[in-house]
Ligand binder design. Structure first.
Ligand SMILES: *Cc1c(COP(=O)(O)O)cnc(C)c1O
Length: 358
């Protein structure tokens, strides 16, 4: 068993004390203790997410809640804005569930622009919008502040945001931005083992769920919320209590670090990586729209990413190749979760040594 330092965009490294919490002895999932555990997690997540909305947890990865959410809230038609593979996934999930949806895919490297969002919403054809806040496949961070200003002009819209690889690393003020459904996973910037997903759900989204017909059972957002409301923070089926013990503890660690400090740490790591990448290679996203948790680097030197990773592996580190069609044309260095600036300096120095960039 090798314990490499992970510079991949999920799963990220988990602190040993958090890992140990996964081994907490079981409790009944219908006990007062389970309610209390789940209530505590929700309260802490509300702080991290700047929201007073309800929180639901799902024993699935983030894709599960993305699938459940799009089929639970789309009454008329959804417009899916994408800047990479995870954005496109939301469109695929819609179609596979018989949900009417259009896809707007931006030019490579470009973010979703607020004017484009406005152009679609003006048609009046849509009642649901999805945006990827931080597109992990291309390292693009979308301008959700300015997109929010457009969406607030259309009160009938339920707005869903994928923050799978940004929540816990980047400030996302859900209530101020008016995000109705904000989805994330445990294994990225929150630095927990994979297997638990979470979402905040606004009153508007809860109301919408009531008017939508076929929503399945396990991932019906309306049903999840109803259970949380009526059964004191419990779930329809047996959840991964092990993840919840770990999450409760990890959220304490995050609050102890200080939410703002944590965001600053991520910004510093991003700034360093983006500068380093611009100096030795080129950065994939349009300037100003670079992710704060993962840098996607253009392979301008035509290096073999797998050979680079072999060499990094000998030093106990691993980075990520490009995603899908960008596999060899880009590579990615993640800087999220438990990582610090010292770790980033260590991996970029090692890359300089291996590639003789010095
Ligand atoms: C990882 C990721 C997903 C998929 O999440 P899972 O938890 O693996 O299902 C979706 N969106 C983004 C932006 C991601 O980074």
């Amino acid at each position: 068993m090798t314990n490499k330092k992970l510079f991949i965009p999920g799963p990220t490294m988990v602190h040993p004390d958090v890992l140990a919490k996964m081994a907490t002895p079981m409790i009944g999932h219908r006990t007062k203790e389970a309610s209390e555990l789940q209530r505590n997690i929700s309260d802490k997540l509300r702080q991290l997410m700047f929201t007073s909305n309800r929180i639901v947890l799902s024993t699935s990865s983030g894709t599960g809640l993305m699938e459940g959410a799009i089929r639970s809230v789309t009454g008329k038609k959804a417009i899916v804005f994408a800047v990479g593979a995870f954005g496109k996934r939301w469109h695929e999930l819609a179609l596979l569930n018989g949900v009417d949806a259009d896809l707007h895919l931006e030019e490579p490297g470009h973010p979703n622009f607020p004017e484009t969002v406005d152009r679609y919403l003006k048609t009046g054809k849509y009642d649901t919008v999805t945006i990827t806040h931080n597109e992990t496949s291309t390292g693009i961070m979308n301008p959700i502040e300015s997109i929010s200003e457009i969406i607030q002009k259309y009160p009938e819209i339920v707005w869903m945001v994928d923050t799978v690889s940004s929540l816990g690393g980047v400030k996302i003020e859900i209530d101020r931005l008016g995000i109705d459904v904000c989805i994330s996973s445990s294994q990225k910037a929150l630095a927990l083992p994979p297997g638990l997903a979470l979402a905040s759900v606004s009153e508007k989204a809860v109301e919408r769920c009531k008017s939508v017909g076929q929503k399945g059972y396990y991932l019906d957002l309306g049903n999840l919320v109803k259970y949380v409301d009526e059964k004191d923070y419990q779930y329809t089926s047996t959840p991964s209590l092990s993840h919840m013990f770990a999450m409760d503890f990890q959220l304490d660690r995050i609050l102890k670090e200080g939410i703002e400090n944590r965001f600053i740490r991520h910004m510093e790591m991003a700034e360093y990586t983006i500068n380093w990448a611009s100096h030795h290679f080129d950065v994939f996203p349009m300037p100003g729209f670079e992710s704060m948790t993962v840098t996607c680097i253009k392979n301008t030197r035509n290096i073999s990413i797998s050979e680079l990773n072999n060499e990094l592996g000998k030093k106990g580190m691993v980075i990520s190749n490009g995603y899908g069609e960008h596999k060899d044309k880009t590579f990615r260095i993640a800087h999220m979760g438990e990582l610090t600036l010292d770790d980033i300096v260590e991996v970029t120095d090692a890359i300089e040594d291996i590639l003789k960039l010095k």
